[in-house]
Design a protein around this ligand. Structure first.
Ligand code: SF4
Length: 366
């Protein structure tokens, strides 16, 4: 088996939020904390979580656009964690970023031809005599007409602008693209087209993606593996099918329950998390999810759970004892185990150990 394209080991990032008059840091916030994962060439890892969970910061740490304060990042067999800016040129070429808002990321004063030719010149990808031809190839690759090279970004629709942003990322022939909410600013009807384009390009060019989204429904159609993040940490990571069929962390289950059910007659009750996400400035002790978790017990308030479980790993003290919950809806009803879990969410926590999932009868074979 070949080595992963990307290996992220125990990576963290703290930001200083307050300094003394002498410039010494007196308060910090941890945006990313002890995150580890690997990604193979041609595969997609989705980072999912609510706003402020650290997923976009993590994407930028991988690209070294933000410096990590802890951990190690290996890209294409090389440790890139401590490289100086001038040594980062191969990473800058091989790992690209696509933003949520393509309009903001495209220079409004440049034509599409100039926008696509710029990275070709910067990284000397093709000789000057071949640049115009390569620009045309890039436009065709993303489904746009080469005759559009003289137009400006404002002359395109949102979906077309995102295609241009993808073409610009592809110009330097990268191995990895970090896609930061690439479809969330687009109309629903355009989203599927852009997702299909990304999938098609992955198949043709062998690209690896880190796909950042707050929406599990979107990543279901593109991710090979999914990492659910909460307050800067991965709380569950596993293969796409396993995470959808058997979400183990209560937070993942709540996120999954928010996906609309497309099938007529199928039901799914939404799990509403009570309260706000705790502030990263002052995260709760123990499991950072315990203030909103309906199945928290006393241990959760003092002891932070580690991410354990091999290929499908979960950071929850109770992951093994919670009943399996198939959150994928069934026609006309829910599995009994999920019904029990829903009740726990509806009726509060079982910190005293007297109610809730402890008392749930396991379903046959569950
Ligand atoms: Fe965290 Fe405890 Fe809830 Fe598991 S049961 S998610 S450890 S609070």
């Amino acid at each position: 088996m070949s080595a992963p394209l990307l290996e992220v080991e125990d990576v963290g990032r703290q930001f200083v939020t307050r300094r003394s008059v002498l410039g010494r840091a007196t308060a910090t916030v941890t945006a990313v904390d002890g995150v580890s994962f690997s990604l193979e060439a041609g595969k997609t890892l989705a980072l999912v979580g609510e706003s402020g969970c650290g997923k976009s910061t993590l994407g930028r740490l991988v690209l070294r656009l933000i410096e990590p304060t802890a951990g190690r990042i290996r890209f294409d067999g090389r440790d890139v964690t401590a490289l100086k800016e001038r040594e980062l040129r191969p990473l800058r070429r091989n790992a690209q970023l696509i933003f949520q808002d393509p309009y903001a990321s495209l220079n409004p004063r440049m034509t599409v031809g100039q926008i696509l030719a710029e990275p070709l010149a910067l990284h000397d990808v093709v000789p000057p005599s071949r640049r115009a031809e390569r620009v045309n190839e890039l436009l065709r690759l993303v489904g746009l007409e080469p005759r559009l090279t003289r137009r400006y970004p404002h002359e395109f629709s949102g979906g077309q602008r995102q295609r241009i942003a993808i073409a610009r990322a592809l110009a330097v022939e990268p191995k990895l693209i970090v896609c930061d909410e690439p479809v969330s600013a687009l109309d629903v009807s355009i989203r599927a087209q852009v997702l299909n384009l990304l999938r098609d390009l992955q198949r043709r060019l062998g690209l690896a993606y880190i796909f950042i989204s707050h929406d599990l429904a979107v990543v279901k159609h593109i991710a090979d593996r999914i990492a659910v993040m909460h307050l800067g940490r991965i709380v569950e990571i596993g293969p796409n099918e396993a995470l959808f069929a058997d979400p183990r962390h209560p937070y993942s289950r709540a996120l999954l329950s928010a996906i609309p059910v497309p099938a007529p007659g199928a039901k799914r009750e939404r799990i509403i998390l009570r309260g706000e996400m705790p502030s990263a400035l002052n995260p709760p002790a123990g499991c950072p999810f315990h203030t909103r978790c309906p199945v928290a017990v006393a241990r959760c308030e003092t002891e932070r759970p580690e991410l354990v479980g091999g290929s499908h790993a979960t950071a929850c003290h109770r992951a093994s004892e919670l009943p399996g919950a198939n959150v994928v809806p069934r026609r006309g009803g829910r599995p009994p185990a999920l019904e029990q879990l829903m009740n726990a969410f509806r009726h509060g926590t079982d910190r005293q150990g007297s109610a809730g999932v402890d008392t749930v009868e396991k379903p046959p074979g569950g």
